[in-house]
Each structure stands twice: as structure tokens, then as C-alpha cells.
Design a protein around this ligand. Structure first.
Ligand SMILES: [Zn+2]
Length: 316
């Protein structure tokens, strides 16, 4: 693929630039926000302001990782992208089922209906008003990423059905498949399933792999398969400090995998400065984390690999 689908249309791969590949910019109230109030980000002006600061700090593009049916705000993402000139890549796919009402349509769709839904959102446009109602009215705003989620329930029949449809959509469209990996979930088993279903390893991105810093061989076993890992616990000191993160990235870089690691914040209301003044801000990687990488010996070339080239390669 030479271009990536953003909410405003195709973006040339070379114009993707600095990209945080897993963020949440807008999120409407609903089940997920009831479970975690920090997930509600429904003030367009505040979110716009946050993205503006990201752009001023050097951000060119980002992925909004909220799939349809659980609070995605596709029209607002388009408005923010148009006004800030930051390319936003939106997501189809599915989240943890605990984020949907008990009677939600996504639980009842069969694999074929799910595949049709994903393909429509990718090829024609994302559906609107689907948090409660089944897909009916489509926008013209296309999804450029397939977001999925593996929680501790594992690959039970209902999750296998969802992953199968998402993997088929990835194979048919060439889009990357991003997976929320709940801490403690069986990432290796899921990887086998995705590979068996024919997904190219270079299109697979496992997220939150640094909530808990794992033994190096857990990372290298996954990386050896050719997939990408996303480190997005940066600036989240309740898990660990940034230096621990930097040292882990250094070890994986030294083992030959710097071209397989992506950086992001997976941000929430409590970390966006526009919603929470003492939050770290969406520009934290640019302002704070990259200088920390530099003072710890990362070269400009390595930093460009982590923040520009790797994201491009996931889509390319
Ligand atoms: Zn997320």
C-alpha cells in the first residue's frame, strides 16, 4: 500500500510522519465510561486543543483506537483532523465485550455479518449511531485500522468468531490488525490463530505489551514471528517509571528488534491536559520521552525508526 486511509482521505505513506499509533481522542459516554470514567472524552474543543498541542510539538498523525459500537466519535475525529491538520486514522473492529451492553448487536452478529460490517467501514465508510442500534446509516469517513481486543476470557467461541472476522477483513484489505492485549492474556495463542487465518505477521500489532515489563524472551519469541509490539505505558508511573521503559527498549533494540517497536500513550481523560490540567498531555512523548531516549544513548536514526518508520511499516 502506498497510502493510508485517514478520516480525511488517503495520506501518502511518506507523509505519515511522527505518529502515535494508539490514542483515544474522542470517546462518547456509554458502558466503557461507566466502567472507567477516565475513558469519557466527549468535548470536541478540549480534544481539538489537545491535538493542536500535539501538532505544535511535532506530531503529524495518530491512530484513534476506538472501534465502532462502543463510543467511537467518527464525525468529531474528522472535524478535529480538518482543523488541526493532524492526520487521524480511525478504527473499525471490536473492543472487549465488557464495553458493550448485554444486548448489543455485535454479540449476536455471525462471523459473516461481522466481516461485512468491518469491510463496509473500511471500503465505504464508518457507520454512525451504532452504540445501541445495529449498523444502518453510513458516513463517508473510512476506517484505516482494524482494532481488536483479547481479554482474560481468551479465545472462547464468541471471541474466536470476532477474531476470525477481523482476520478475514485484514487479509481482504491489507489493513493492519491492532490487538489490545489485556495484562495476563494469552498473546501467543492468539498469534497462532491470526497466523493460521493467513494474516501477515508484519500487519499485526500487539498493544500494551509494557504494562508489566516482561522477561526479554517473552518479547523476543513474539518479535521473532515478525509482528510489531506497541509500548504505550509511557508516562504511567503507577506501572513503572520511564527509565525502566527506556532500558527495556534498549535491550530489544540491541537484540535487533528496533524496527518492530512502536510508541504511544493510549491516552485517557486523566492524562490529557485539556481535560485534566496536571495530566501529562498528548505531546508527552515528543516533549519528555524522546529527550530521555536521547540522553540514554538513542541516536536520531533510532528515534526516527521508532516514531516514524515503524508505524509506516505496519501499514505499508
Ligand atoms: Zn486503547
Amino acid at each position: 500500500m502506498k497510502s493510508i486511509t485517514s478520516v480525511t482521505g488517503p495520506v501518502l505513506l511518506d507523509e505519515l510522519g511522527f505518529c502515535q499509533c494508539h490514542e483515544h481522542i474522542m470517546l462518547r459516554r456509554g458502558v466503557s465510561c461507566r466502567l472507567n470514567p477516565a475513558l469519557r472524552m466527549d468535548d470536541t474543543d478540549k480534544s481539538m486543543n489537545e491535538v493542536m498541542h500535539y501538532r505544535s510539538a511535532g506530531g503529524h498523525s495518530l491512530v484513534d483506537a476506538q472501534p465502532g459500537g462502543c463510543g467511537r466519535m467518527e464525525k468529531e475525529l474528522l472535524e478535529i483532523s480538518q482543523k488541526t491538520k493532524v492526520s487521524i486514522i480511525a478504527s473499525t473492529g471490536f473492543h472487549k465485550l465488557s464495553f458493550y451492553p448485554d444486548d448489543h448487536w455485535i454479540r449476536n452478529f455471525d462471523s459473516e455479518a461481522l466481516l461485512d460490517f468491518f469491510l463496509h467501514e473500511i471500503n465505504r465508510g464508518m457507520y454512525m449511531d451504532i452504540d445501541h442500534n445495529p449498523p444502518k446509516t453510513s458516513t463517508c469517513i473510512k476506517a484505516g485500522m482494524i482494532k481488536t481486543a483479547l481479554d482474560l476470557e481468551g479465545l472462547t467461541p464468541r471471541y474466536k468468531k470476532l477474531f476470525t472476522a477481523a482476520a478475514n477483513a485484514a487479509c481482504k484489505t491489507g489493513l493492519p490488525i491492532m490487538v489490545h492485549i489485556e495484562q495476563g492474556a494469552d498473546a501467543e495463542r492468539l498469534l497462532s490463530l491470526l497466523l493460521d487465518l493467513g494474516v501477515s505477521p508484519s500487519r499485526i500489532l500487539f498493544c500494551h505489551m509494557d504494562r508489566e515489563i516482561l522477561p526479554d524472551n517473552r518479547y523476543t519469541c513474539l518479535l521473532r514471528e515478525g509482528i510489531h509490539l506497541e509500548f504505550d505505558t509511557i508516562g504511567r508511573y503507577k506501572y513503572h517509571d520511564d527509565l525502566t521503559e527506556v532500558k527495556c527498549i534498549r535491550r530489544l533494540a540491541d537484540a535487533g528488534y528496533i524496527n518492530r517497536i512502536l510508541l504511544s500513550l493510549d491516552t485517557t481523560r486523566t492524562r490529557m491536559k485539556s481535560y485534566t490540567p496536571d495530566g501529562i498531555g498528548l505531546d508527552y512523548i515528543l516533549r519528555v520521552f524522546l529527550p530521555l531516549l536521547r540522553t540514554n544513548g538513542f541516536s536520531d536514526e533510532e528515534i526516527a525508526q521508532l516514531t516514524i518508520k515503524n508505524c509506516r511499516n505496519v501499514f505499508a
